[in-house]
Design a protein around this ligand. Sequence first.
Ligand code: SAM
Ligand code: SF4
Length: 332
Amino acid sequence: MPLIDPFARAISYLRVSVTDRCDFRCVYCMSENMSFLPKTELLTLEELDRMCSTFIRMGVEKLRITGGEPLVRKGIMTFFAGMTRHLETGALKELTLTTNGSQLRKYAADLVACGVKRINVSLDTLDADKFAQVTRWGRLAQVLDGIAAAKEVGLRVKINAVALKGFNEDELFSLTDWCAKEDHDLTFIEVMPMGDLGNEDRIDQYWSLKDLRARLRERFTVTDLDERTGGPARYVRLEETGQKLGFITPLTHNFCESCNRVRLTCTGELYMCLGQEDMADLRGHLRASTEDALLETAIRAAIERKPKGHDFDYSRQKVDGQMTRHMSHTGG
Ligand code: SAM
Ligand code: SF4
């Protein structure tokens, strides 16, 4: 029986955060002195495998590995290699990841060997100084080299750029042009109210994608596309270049009606909605028995609680629906 939620949405997409740690400290994602979970709290690689395999048996067809930075988790290639068996049987249709790109030179070929075909790489700016400023610990050259490595081994790369007011507004066209030249897809993301980031002022960071789109129209003919992936992304084509651009607009656009996904944290908590606090702690059920029956029951019960939608709202210049957890906890 596939996983169907109370609003008749089939859950076919699982995003899995395999670590809360990261080698960057992006200003919209983490504070500089983040404290991380003790390693003993994390699901082991074997437990991650068992968890994902159970979801796949229950109808999940697409797995996205994220974090924190997934490629800094020790031994993570063992996990990827384990998932290959589900690709081979056809139960899993797609295995993919979202990464900051810093470790791609090291792992791109291994990822391909495990059956990964497409990856998302987060990159908000092509200016080395600004990159260092927004990621705090990241180096642009290393990421660009990682992206090049991915391309060399035939991985399709989609660039995810967070739209940040006063930060990358002036790079709208240079980023678009660079992606066209390099043949990368490009998606812009609106900054979401996640986590307590100390002195960062969220509203100041917010650049509406409605405004970004209007700017694109100054130079391009922008055609809306019907394509839907069950997530918050909406796509357009730039007629002059033929490029496809994505927009992830949880704040200006409600996408929940077609939501097909749930999120598993690195400690085994299942979040049914990125924008709600409710979660099911699956780790106990996993550890309580070597059989998967308990876990399956807990997963079905959790999906029964999947809410209709999120409550993010930036209207009236006040952040409503603010989430206390960080994006690196649930996985972006
Ligand atoms: N470390 C990997 C990376 O950066 O791609 C994967 C995890 S990261 C949390 C996933 C995505 O979430 C990234 O594209 C990042 O830009 C985005 N993200 C992080 N914090 C965000 C926020 N507050 N609002 C919107 N997107 C955010
Ligand atoms: Fe790390 Fe990704 Fe968060 Fe940046 S957005 S701090 S790279 S987890």
